[in-house]
Each structure stands twice: as C-alpha cells, then as structure tokens.
Design a protein around this ligand. Structure first.
Ligand code: MF3
Ligand code: CO
Ligand code: CO
Length: 262
C-alpha cells in the first residue's frame, strides 16, 4: 500500500499545511509583496539601507503584522538589505546606495501567526553589464527551480535545475544558505538546497510549503561572514543576487503564495 503523504512528511518533521493555514500564509504573502512594492518605489541613489528598514518596519506594524527578522537569533533590524557583494543577511544602517548598485531586500512579516518569506534584487539607478547579468541569471534560477515543483518530484530536482542554469551561465550557487519550510515558523523542515541531483532528497507531497531562494554569484561560490556575525559576502568580491518566493505544493503542481513575475 502506498504511504500516506502525511505519514511520509512526518518522518521528515515536515508539517503539511491545511487549507486554512494556506489562506493565512497567502494573506501574509500579499502583505510581504506590498511591502516590497513600497520599497521598490523608494529605491534610488542617495537613500540609505536604514531608511528601507524604517519603511518596512512601519508598514509591517501599520498592517497589524510584525517583522520576523527583528531580534530573530539576535538580528537587530526588521529586514535584510544586501548590497552588491553581500550575499544575504545584510544589516540595514548608514550605507548610502549609489548609481549602479544592486540591492536585495528580503521581507518576512508574521501576520496572525503565519509567516511568508519573499525577496527581490533591485537595480539602483542604471545597471552595468555585470549587474544586469547576475540579476537576470538569479531570477531565471528561481523560475527553473519553481518549474520542478510537483508531487512526485524531489527536493534534489529543484536544486539540480537551479545549479544547472547558474553554472551553464558561468555563475555559481551558494551552498551555506538554503531554502526552507515556512508558514507556521520562520524556518521549518525541510531544507531546500539550490544545488543537487535529480531524484535525490525528500519527495514533494501536496500541502508542503517552502521557500526557494537561490543565491547566485558572478564569481566563485565561497563566502565569508563579517565581524557583525550576520553579513555574508562573496570571498572574491563578485556580485551576488537572489530572488525568493514561498511556494505551495498542491495536487496539480505548485502555486506561489508570494507571486511576482519572473
Ligand atoms: N529571510 C531570510 C530567509 O530567506 C532569513 C533572514 S534571517 C534574519 O530565510 F535574521 F537575518 F532575518
Ligand atoms: Co527564506
Ligand atoms: Co527571506
């Protein structure tokens, strides 16, 4: 007798979401997307990453939610802002954005107890060729990963598709940070690596909700963590870009709970 999906998921400590929970995560996802839209409108040379934090914090609170990053394992701000060679977990502060920069903004509100996690990389002013390339490749990597999501496929299929696209375009995939289950907590099982082999890893079953969030470097995949113990930067100083969505596996395939055009 084939194993029941709930039993299979439970073996990996994965909590399948009910219809009601999915609705809660979707609503939170809508707020997260509105927050990113607001951020996009303010991005221009001359603003600081600290100003982005203020806007995200205020907008989140005003909408009856709370920013998950604030005080999460000691993270001091309400949003991650990662500029140029910063891969992820950049801490907002006095850094001034300049023309030609790229900046990833990663927002995770908690609304009525539900978490949705989404990020985009934006251009500041006019992008140069390297900025254009890494952002284009990273965005397509998320799209390739999402296209693998359906019951019966595995987590390895997602990572394989992402790695394939990144490396065949001369870019590299960060290994130290991965996608993750999300919805009832910030980070739940399973882990979702953005590299891997077809057919390997946990099998996808309807009701799973997780992020795909490939961090793609223009140079090598190696990273360093700065003295602040959060900021991850490329070791070779090359540009890094990322896009993230929260995705639901359902009977016929996938549905983004934080949809934006890719
Ligand atoms: N939002 C990040 C993710 O995609 C996690 C940030 S943790 C924080 O998983 F503490 F830096 F906010
Ligand atoms: Co995430
Ligand atoms: Co995130």
């Amino acid at each position: 007798m084939p194993e029941d999906p709930g039993t299979y998921a439970a073996r990996y400590r994965i909590r399948l979401k009910t219809r009601e929970q999915v609705e809660g995560i979707r609503k939170c996802g809508q707020l997260a997307l509105e927050t990113l839209d607001l951020v996009e409108k303010m991005i221009r040379p001359g603003i600081t990453t600290g100003q982005i934090d203020e806007v995200v914090h205020r907008f989140t609170i005003d909408n009856g939610a709370r920013p998950a990053p604030l005080n999460y394992r000691g993270f001091p701000k309400s949003v991650c802002t990662s500029v140029n060679e910063v891969i992820c977990h950049g801490i907002p502060g006095p850094r001034v954005l300049k023309d030609g920069d790229i900046i990833n903004v990663d927002v995770t509100p908690v609304l009525n107890g539900y978490y949705a996690d989404v990020n985009k990389t934006f251009f500041v002013g006019d992008p140069g060729p390297d900025a254009l390339k890494i952002v284009t490749v990273a965005k397509r990597c998320l799209k390739e990963g999402l296209a693998m999501v359906r019951p019966g496929n595995t987590i390895g299929d997602i990572g394989w598709a992402i790695q394939q696209w990144a490396e065949s375009n001369g870019c590299s995939v960060v290994r130290e940070f991965v996608g993750h289950g999300v919805g009832l907590a910030f980070h739940e099982p399973p882990q979702v690596p953005h590299y891997g082999n077809r057919g390997e890893g946990v099998r996808l079953v309807p009701g799973m909700v997780f992020t795909i969030e490939p961090m793609i470097n223009l140079g090598g995949p190696e990273l360093d963590i700065l003295e602040d113990r959060w900021t991850a930067v490329t070791r070779d100083g090359s540009l890094s870009a990322q896009f993230e969505q929260t995705v639901l596996v359902y009977e016929d395939g996938w549905e983004s709970l934080t949809p934006f055009e890719l």
